[in-house]
Design a protein around this ligand. Structure first.
Ligand code: AMP
Length: 287
């Protein structure tokens, strides 16, 4: 029988536990989440377990990364079920602080990565990444892990966190986990729970179109043409395009012409009131 991990809500207790592990020579991985756990999160925990002796999972629905008209209040909060999943996934500790622990009265500091956060998600969701980097910096300082695991599902977030870690000299290794998908290709997401059955049936078109566009690009179709086609396919399927862009896989700089180096195709679409994001690699054509 797997052991239910202890649930810790204070910074002091978190640090005490992590320090105890360290004294016994264990390395520590942090997996930050907002809860409503699914198999995608669990795959990151498995990756953490392969790389570290102890795994801390944090669950914190971070108010500062939600815009005023976004779903902070509606965001699913399912801690008892999450704890069951964490038990099965053999996490060593659940850190679930309150909003007041993370943002005490008179909290006044913001960690903000510039440039990389201006486009894509950042253009549609101003302040979002500053909220993410501020809370991730706090989680890092609170838990002092050797490494932290993030999903490629949120590809821009992964690069922004890596940039912050380099710029602020956090001695923490960032490990990227691949996107886990439903059998029809839909990227797993806590927000998929918002989809009506009709929307759920259409949602896999997002990944299908991304795969098709990536294939066109690898077969030397010019970027502007392929993106134009992709927009058409998405809108034709009933997905309203927020953005569909081809970017350098490392810097997220815009690209034009043909794919000649590793690139990423990233998209956000609205399906009814639900906003879905996804991304896929684009391999340069050979020859
Ligand atoms: P969230 O709870 O949505 O903030 O996500 C927590 C972490 O899980 C982030 O690093 C996400 O990128 C990652 N994640 C979310 N969905 C998936 C997925 N389908 N596959 C792999 N990782 C994911």
């Amino acid at each position: 029988m797997a052991r239910t991990p202890p649930v810790v809500r204070s910074i002091k207790e978190l640090r005490k536990t992590v320090q105890g592990w360290r004294r016994r020579g264990k390395t520590v991985a942090l997996v930050p989440t907002m809860g409503a756990l699914h198999a995608g999160h669990l795959s990151l925990i498995e990756l953490a377990r392969k790389n570290a002796g102890r795994v801390v999972v944090s669950i914190f629905v971070n108010p500062t990364q939600f815009g005023p008209n976004e779903d902070f209040d509606a965001y699913p909060r399912t801690e008892p079920r999450d704890l069951e999943l964490l038990t099965r996934a053999k996490a060593d500790l659940l850190y679930a602080p309150s909003v007041h622990t993370m943002y005490p009265d008179e909290f006044a500091t913001r960690v903000d990565v510039l440039g990389l956060t201006a486009r894509l998600e950042g253009a549609s969701r101003p302040q979002h990444f500053a909220g993410v980097t501020t809370v991730v910096a706090k989680l890092f300082m609170q838990s002092l892990p050797d490494m932290a695991v993030f999903g490629e599902k949120d590809y821009q977030q992964l690069l922004v966190v890596k940039r912050m870690v380099r710029d602020l000299d956090f001695p923490i290794r960032i490990i990227a986990g691949p996107t886990l998908r439903e059998s029809d290709g839909l990227a797993m997401s806590s927000r998929n729970a918002y989809l009506t059955p009709t929307e759920r049936a259409v949602a896999p078109r997002l990944n299908a179109v991304l795969q098709d566009v990536a294939r066109e690009l690898s077969a030397r179709r010019p970027i502007n043409e392929a993106v134009y086609l992709g927009r058409d396919w998405l809108e034709g399927a009933g997905l309203r395009v927020d953005y569909l862009e081809v970017r350098d896989a490392e810097t997220l700089s815009p690209l034009d012409g043909y794919i000649t180096s590793p690139a990423r195709l990233l998209a956000a679409v609205f399906l009814g009131r639900v906003r879905l994001i996804d991304n896929v690699p684009i391999l340069p054509a050979h020859g």
